[in-house]
Design a protein around this ligand. Structure first.
Ligand code: PLP
Length: 397
C-alpha cells in the first residue's frame, strides 16, 4: 500500500468533535447523556432565515455555482454589518465567503505562511488553531496563560517568543475555550505590539456579539484601516445558531483576498449557494434574534458560574463572553480523589461513564488540568447536568 502524508503524524482529530460524537452515540444507545461539549447554540436557526433558504432552494438561480468569493449581495451585507455592528469599514472586495469560520482560518494560514513560519497561539487555545497551522506548513509557538492571569497574555510574553520567523498572532476575544474578554486597553496594547513588529493578527471574531459584562473587545481593524496587518475571521454559526449551514468569511486586504480566492477556487469553488442566501437573510435582519439567545446564554452563564464556584474541589473562572467556562480541576486528578482519575482526560471519561455528563478535557486546548464546559444547552439540561456534577463532587469532598 502506498504511504500517506507525514502530516498524519503531526495532527490530531478535533477533540471537541470527538466528544460530541461520543455523547451523541451514548444518547442514541439510550443513556441519559447531557452534553457540555459542543460549541454550538441549542436553538434552531431563526425561522426567517429558514424561510429565505426554502425560497432559494426552489429557485433554479440558486442551484448553480456562485462567485468564488461569494454572492456579491452577501459580501455587501457583510461589509455593511462590519460597519454597523463592529465599527470598521471594508468593501465587499475585502471579503471572501468560506465554509464556516474554520475554513476561513485554514485558508488564511495557507495564504500567509511559508514552510516553518511561526504562528503565536495563546494557551489555552481553541483546538483547531495549531492543527490548521501545521496543515498549512507552519509552526505553532505558544504563550502560556493561567487562571490567575484570567487566561490573558501580555506583550512582554509576546516579546519572549517572537523570532524573525514570526508571521501571525492568533487572537480571539471573547475566547473559546475560556470565555474571557480582553478590555479595549489590553487589546490595544497587543494590537500595537503586532503592528510595530509587522506581524499579522488573525482576529477570530466568531463570538463578538456574545459579551455579557464589561466593554466588548474592539476589532484590530478599527485601528488598522488599510488592513495592512489584520485578518478578520467571522461567520453566522454562533451569532445566528447556524452551525450546520457552514457560512463564515475572512476579511483582509486585496493581496490576501486574491491568494485566498485562488486557494478557494481550487478547493471548494464556493460555499453552498442556498446557505449563502440564508446567511444574507440572517445579517439583513440585524441582531434581534441574537440578542434573545444572548439573554438565555447569560442566564445559563450565571447559573454555571454559581455551581462551579460552589464546588470546593474546583477553581473556576468567571467568564464574560462566548458560551464557555474553563474551570481548573487539578485538585481532583491526582489519582487519590477518584480512583483511576489521573488527568483531566480521565476525569472527562469518568464523568461521561459514571454521571452521563460530557465535558471536553483541557488536553484538547493545550492545558491539561482543566475542563471546558459549554453552557449553550437548554436550561433544564444545564441544571440537571451540573447538579449531577455538584452532587457527585460534594460527596467526595
Ligand atoms: N473560531 C472559534 C473560536 C470557534 O469556537 C469556532 C467553532 O467552534 C470556529 C471558529 C469555527 O466556526 P464555524 O462553525 O463557523 O466553522
Amino acid at each position: 500500500m502506498p504511504d500517506i502524508s507525514k502530516i498524519n503524524e503531526l495532527i490530531l482529530p478535533s477533540a471537541t468533535m470527538e466528544i460530541t460524537a461520543k455523547a451523541r452515540e451514548l444518547r442514541a444507545s439510550g443513556k441519559p447523556v447531557i452534553g457540555f461539549g459542543a460549541g454550538e447554540p441549542d436553538f434552531p436557526t431563526p425561522s426567517y432565515i429558514v424561510d429565505a433558504a426554502k425560497q432559494a432552494s426552489e429557485n433554479p438561480v440558486y442551484h448553480k455555482y456562485t462567485q468564488v468569493n461569494g454572492l456579491p449581495s452577501l459580501r455587501e451585507e457583510i461589509s455593511k454589518t462590519a460597519k454597523e455592528y463592529s465599527g470598521y469599514e471594508v468593501t465587499p472586495e475585502n471579503v471572501l465567503v468560506t465554509n464556516g469560520g474554520k475554513q476561513a482560518i485554514i485558508t488564511s494560514f495557507m495564504s500567509v505562511l511559508d514552510k516553518e513560519d511561526e504562528v503565536i497561539i495563546p494557551k489555552p487555545y481553541w483546538t483547531t488553531y495549531p492543527e490548521a497551522v501545521k496543515i498549512a506548513g507552519g509552526k505553532p509557538v505558544y504563550v502560556e496563560s493561567n487562571l490567575e492571569s484570567d487566561y490573558k497574555i501580555t506583550t512582554s510574553q509576546l516579546d519572549e517568543v517572537k523570532t524573525n520567523r514570526t508571521k501571525i498572532l492568533v487572537w480571539v476575544s471573547p475566547s473559546n475555550p475560556t470565555g474571557v474578554v480582553y478590555t479595549p486597553e489590553e487589546a490595544k496594547d497587543i494590537y500595537e505590539w503586532a503592528f510595530e513588529n509587522d506581524i499579522w493578527i488573525l482576529s477570530d471574531e466568531l463570538y463578538e456579539h456574545l459579551v455579557y459584562e464589561g466593554d466588548p473587545t474592539p476589532s484590530p481593524a478599527i485601528f488598522d484601516n488599510e488592513l495592512n496587518n489584520t485578518i478578520i475571521i467571522n461567520g453566522v454559526s454562533k451569532a445566528y445558531s447556524m452551525t450546520g449551514w457552514r457560512v463564515g468569511w475572512l476579511i483582509g486586504n486585496s493581496k490576501l483576498i486574491n491568494i485566498a480566492k485562488k486557494i478557494q477556487s481550487h478547493s471548494v469553488s464556493n460555499v453552498s449557494n442556498v446557505s449563502q442566501v440564508a446567511a444574507e437573510a440572517a445579517l439583513k435582519n440585524g441582531l434581534n434574534e441574537t440578542l434573545k439567545m444572548k439573554e438565555a446564554f447569560n442566564r445559563r452563564r450565571l447559573f454555571a458560574i454559581d455551581i462551579f464556584t460552589k464546588i470546593e474541589l474546583i477553581k473556576s473562572n468567571s467568564p464574560q463572553g462566548a458560551f464557555y467556562i474553563y474551570p481548573d480541576v487539578s485538585e481532583i486528578i491526582d489519582g487519590k480523589v477518584i480512583e483511576g482519575v489521573n488527568s483531566s482526560y480521565d476525569l472527562c471519561n469518568w464523568l461521561l461513564e459514571e454521571l452521563n455528563i460530557a465535558f471536553v478535557p483541557g488536553e484538547a486546548f493545550g492545558t491539561p488540568g482543566f475542563i471546558r464546559c459549554s453552557y449553550a444547552l437548554g436550561d433544564d439540561d444545564l441544571q440537571e447536568g451540573l447538579s449531577r456534577l455538584y452532587d457527585a463532587l460534594s460527596k467526595i469532598q
